[in-house]
Ligand binder design. Structure first.
Ligand SMILES: NC(=O)c1ccc[n+]([C@@H]2O[C@H](COP(=O)([O-])OP(=O)(O)OC[C@H]3O[C@@H](n4cnc5c(N)ncnc54)[C@H](OP(=O)(O)O)[C@@H]3O)[C@@H](O)[C@H]2O)c1
Length: 307
């Protein structure tokens, strides 16, 4: 199969477009023909990209891209609930090879039927960002109707889903974004958008029940004071992983695959409650550009197979 491989630790310059053996579905595995996979630019820096869960070095070649949309090509002998030909989307285990390839392996618990109103390139941009927003707001922050939530980085991939989900929860949504994205974030459902480059948000926002931080650093540091007594801050920003400050460590989590949540998200998408934001779409040959070119909004997507 055609695949984008890493034969050594590195960044986008180390990505190679070439041939690899097509994987075989064993046990309860699902072999997916990948139609599209979204780009996560920070993936080179993540621990699981080059390490095993036990702390060793993962064998090369390594394939990136853990969210995908595609069609089930084959299933292992113990696989239940998934049929060849199913049109699915999902998020795979971080420690295995990903979906920047014509085929990838996954398991039924990590996939769900793809939203029918999205094509594969749009569907591929959903799993990581939408699951992160869902798990942050609902599982970790327990956001309730009527509560006030401050969402940092609201124009980003995670933030744009978070604004839409918080609005759907009937929360009062206050968001931060730069001037070019203010109307965009309002259109997603934010009640109030603070231009963080002009107004220090903590001077105009306070007494919130929940802060969702996707930015980190100083933005997170200044957010604690915006919480009401008993309010909750959740952070997913990459710099929170391994932070020294205990309250930051406690506030951080890493998104997990979740079939039921993917099914709920597909329902919300197909009933027009939420939409993904796709930056640009690239071919496999242009994978380095796909990683290097920061999208104005949303996620870049790699198209693997024409629909
Ligand atoms: N822990 C997890 O499981 C998990 C999962 C997914 C992502 N992440 C991490 O979460 C972070 C966000 O990911 P993403 O995919 O949403 O990134 P993204 O699409 O690049 O979005 C980041 C957004 O932050 C905004 N921004 C930058 N500086 C800001 C500031 N000072 N205040 C407010 N907004 C600011 C930018 O908007 P403007 O253009 O308006 O400036 C940009 O749209 C990254 O660190 C990523 O690694 C973690």
């Amino acid at each position: 199969m055609k695949a984008i491989r890493l034969d050594q630790v590195g960044g986008p310059e180390s990505l190679l477009y070439g041939d690899m053996l097509k994987p075989v579905a064993r046990d309860n595995q699902v072999l997916v023909q990948v139609y599209a996979t979204a780009i996560t630019r920070t993936e080179f820096e993540w621990y699981p990209t080059f390490h095993t869960p036990e702390g060793g070095i993962r064998p090369f070649p390594i394939i990136l891209g853990h969210e995908f949309s595609g069609v089930v090509e084959a299933v292992g002998p113990d696989c239940m609930g998934v049929q060849v030909g199913d049109r699915i989307y999902g998020l795979s285990d971080w420690f295995i090879n990903g979906a920047q390839a014509e085929y990838c392996l996954t398991v039924p618990a990590n996939i769900a039927p793809k939203p029918v109103t999205l094509d594969h390139t749009e569907a591929a941009a959903v799993p990581i960002s939408a699951l992160t927003a869902w798990q942050a707001l609902i599982d970790h922050a327990h956001l309730q109707a009527g509560q006030r939530v401050l969402i940092h980085g609201a124009a980003g991939s995670v933030g744009s889903f978070a604004v839409q989900l918080a609005r759907h929860q009937n929360a009062q949504v206050i968001a931060t974004a730069s001037v070019a994205n203010i109307d965009f974030v309002k259109a997603l459902g934010a009640d109030e958008v603070v231009d963080y480059q002009v107004t220090p948000f903590e001077t105009v926002v306070g007494d919130v029940d929940v802060v969702l931080d996707t930015v980190g650093g100083d933005t997170r540091g200044r957010s604690w004071g915006a919480l009401r007594t008993g309010g909750r801050l959740v952070t997913v920003a990459a710099d929170a992983e391994g932070a020294k400050e205990q309250r930051v460590r406690d506030a951080f989590f890493i998104v997990e695959p979740n079939r039921n949540q993917l099914m709920d998200l597909a329902r919300l998408i197909d009933t027009d409650v939420i939409r993904p934001v796709v930056g640009a779409v690239f071919s496999m040959e242009n994978v380095r550009q796909a990683h290097e070119q920061k999208p104005v909004r949303g996620k870049n997507v790699l198209r693997i197979t024409e629909e």
